[in-house]
Design a protein around this ligand. Structure first.
Ligand code: ZN
Length: 456
């Protein structure tokens, strides 16, 4: 197949036509697009050709989306390790641009893709903002890594009234920018926006916005609550990845619509077999318009479920439930339980009832943890021991937790804030996945009710 037969959705398709299209029509178009992508990858991308041959499958074995599970999964590490072999061998390398993303361990890695395909990815973010009421003439502020801000045309584009703030800037500076620029929309890194919201509330202030769109990390109920109060609007969470674009995003009704015109989203178990709709598993994506760097059954380490509900907002894309966390955010205890990230956020935003500005929990081994914290001015050191006892009680009596006071919690090399750091090899925790055992371990009924969390 030659490059000329590749098709890409136009901006009009993305913004206006696809979201209102009949779902069965989208499904049949996706099916056709998938077959063409698989044939292309088998012929031109050594990584997939080798992988599928070893697994004894060819594109001919995949006659519909229902057969997709026959293909082996890939992940970010496999794509990066394959280097040039992950790329379409016929593509002119000078038409490729770099994108920077975080590896599982948090270190920054780069992937390359054709510029025209990156445009489709960027426009997927634009779409979610547009359908939530953002317009180019609104004053919009994006909290982004320095890498992202250098990319032209991102989010609302060059003509739009946009400004960037950076997580590495002081929060004081960030708040000043919001005021000076008279921001109406605010989007970007979930962790950074959460800190911003908390500081605004700590000052006894609010900063009302028209649209608040956090992305890049799981939006925990506590984060949503603080953002809602500080910015006086309901956050519209966007679940996506740099290399994929928007996977699903909250509409005005608060439901997460899946970008089904651009990708196939599966929720699968450890072996890659789809779990029934409504059940929890890991997210696997196949992008339908990525020919230069095909991502086929691309495994994300995120825990979620597809939804059986429908939405009346006008967007006809099917729904999934909000991501519960990354697989690594569920920390195993020595006795074989999993502690949900919801619980970790609940106990660490304050410790022993005393407030902290920032924190990070690092699990070195199932029985060894470090808690780093930046105390608030009114922090009571005596509360610390009580907080650590809660941890010991939850993880088991033999667990060692070291509390370390720090000046600031380091960001990932990609400029993101991450509160839960697992140093365990994700593949070493066999039979202990959120879909293997009760993912609500560590989440009491009372807590689940308080935050209105339905994990199942
Ligand atoms: Zn909707």
């Amino acid at each position: 197949m030659s490059m000329h037969e590749h098709t890409y959705p136009s901006l009009i398709d993305l913004l206006f036509r696809s979201p209102r299209k009949d779902p069965t029509r989208i499904a049949s178009e996706s099916q056709r697009q998938l077959r063409s992508l698989l044939a292309h990858a088998y012929e031109n991308v050594p990584l997939y050709r080798d992988l599928w041959r070893r697994a004894g499958v060819t594109p001919d074995d995949i006659s519909s989306i229902a057969d997709l599970h026959k293909l082996p999964m890939v992940d970010k590490e496999a794509i990066v390790a394959a280097g040039d072999d992950a790329l379409d061998k016929t593509v002119d390398r000078s038409t490729l641009d770099e994108m920077s993303t975080s590896g599982t361990s948090g270190r920054a890695i780069t992937m390359r893709r054709q510029i025209r395909e990156m445009r489709v990815v960027r426009r997927s973010y634009l779409r979610s903002l547009f359908l939530n009421g953002a317009r180019p003439w609104h004053h919009s502020v994006t909290m982004a890594s320095t890498w992202l801000s250098k990319k032209k045309g991102l989010f609302i584009g060059k003509v739009a009234k946009t400004k960037h703030i950076f997580p590495k800037d002081s929060i004081d500076q960030q708040i000043r920018t919001l005021h000076e620029f008279k921001a109406r929309n605010l989007m970007g890194q979930t962790g950074g926006l959460y800190l911003l919201a908390r500081e605004i509330l700590r000052r006894g202030e609010t900063f009302p916005l028209k649209l608040l769109a956090p992305t890049g990390a799981t939006l925990m109920p506590q984060m949503r609550q603080a953002m809602r109060e500080a910015f006086q609007t309901e956050p519209r969470d966007l679940y996506g990845a740099v290399e994929l674009g928007a996977i699903s995003w909250q509409c005005k009704r608060g439901n997460y619509h899946v970008d089904v015109d651009r990708m196939i989203v599966e929720v699968v178990d450890t072996d890659g077999n789809p779990v029934p709709r409504g059940q929890t598993g890991q997210v696997v994506c196949t992008t339908l318009h990525g020919y230069s760097l095909p991502l086929i059954r691309y495994r994300l380490r995120d825990v979620a479920s597809l939804s059986t509900e429908t939405c009346e907002c006008g967007v006809r894309f099917p729904l999934m439930n909000g991501v519960q966390g990354r697989i690594n955010d569920f920390l195993p205890t020595p006795s074989g339980e999993l502690i949900s990230p919801h619980y970790l956020y609940h106990i660490f935003d304050q410790v022993g009832g005393s407030p902290v500005k920032e924190w990070r929990i690092i699990q070195h081994a199932p029985d060894r943890l470090t808690y780093e914290y930046v105390p608030e001015d009114n922090f009571k050191a005596s509360a610390l021991e009580g907080g650590m006892n809660v941890i010991r009680e939850r993880f088991g009596a033999g667990v060692s937790v070291q509390a370390v006071k720090v000046d600031s919690v380091p960001m990932t090399p990609n400029g993101k804030r991450t509160c839960i750091v697992s140093e365990l090899d994700p593949d070493s925790i066999v039979g202990m996945r959120p879909w293997d055992v009760d993912a609500q371990a560590g989440m009491s009924d009372a807590l689940a009710e308080k935050y209105d969390v339905a994990l199942k």
